[in-house]
Design a protein around this ligand. Structure first.
Ligand SMILES: [Zn+2]
Length: 193
């Protein structure tokens, strides 16, 4: 899968400036509005990234552009989380081995359990939401079904579809952002307000 930290993407944030406001749909309405910093942990990157923020001249709301492998509200990248979930829930590895598969050998097991708990809760909804993108899947349960679909669609493509089209999140939104996350948009990178 793709999703490696791309220094070019991060250093050239205007490359993916959305051509319309995701909130009021106005065209060519977004202007640069500074940056914010967030941490991101990826198999090949662990540090702070600058995230471009835009302001809509029409509705005066802001939109921020995240790299597509960065999940809104989660510090760990989609790559790390997907490698972990597949190793643990699809291949049946132990928590320790799954952490190793995700290049997070030293991570506390509670972190992995948190991802698993969130994913299990989301799995039935993911199966429904991703059905238009995936070939029919035969699987013993919701979790296996959702994982098989994500593997066949590609996690980043699935994330992009869920987030941009349905305002959904692979691991669900936390209570403060439920049900739809903050206002956001997507391009090859994705955005949160
Ligand atoms: Zn707007």
């Amino acid at each position: 899968m793709t999703g490696r930290s791309d220094a070019k993407t991060i250093s050239d944030p205007d490359r993916y400036r959305p051509d319309h406001c995701p909130q009021c749909e106005a065209k060519q309405s977004l202007i640069g509005h500074g940056f914010y910093r967030r941490t991101l942990v990826d198999p090949v990157f662990d540090g702070v990234i600058r995230v471009r923020r835009y302001l809509c001249r029409l509705c005066q709301r802001t939109v921020s552009l995240l790299p597509e492998f960065a999940l809104p509200w989660l510090r760990f990248s989609l790559t790390v989380i997907s490698l972990f979930l597949v190793a643990r829930l699809l291949r049946g590895l132990t928590l320790v081995a799954a952490a190793l598969a995700a290049s997070q050998a030293a991570m506390p097991y509670q972190r992995g359990q948190f991802w698993i708990r969130r994913f299990r809760k989301q799995a039935p909804a993911l199966g429904v939401a991703l059905a238009p993108l995936a070939a029919p899947v035969t699987a013993p349960d919701f979790v296996a079904r959702a994982l098989s679909m994500l593997e066949s669609i590609g996690w980043i493509a699935a994330h992009r579809f869920l987030f941009a089209d349905l305002r959904g999140h692979l691991l669900g939104w936390p209570p403060g952002l439920a049900p739809n996350g903050r206002q956001a948009t997507f391009s090859p990178a994705c955005a949160v307000a």
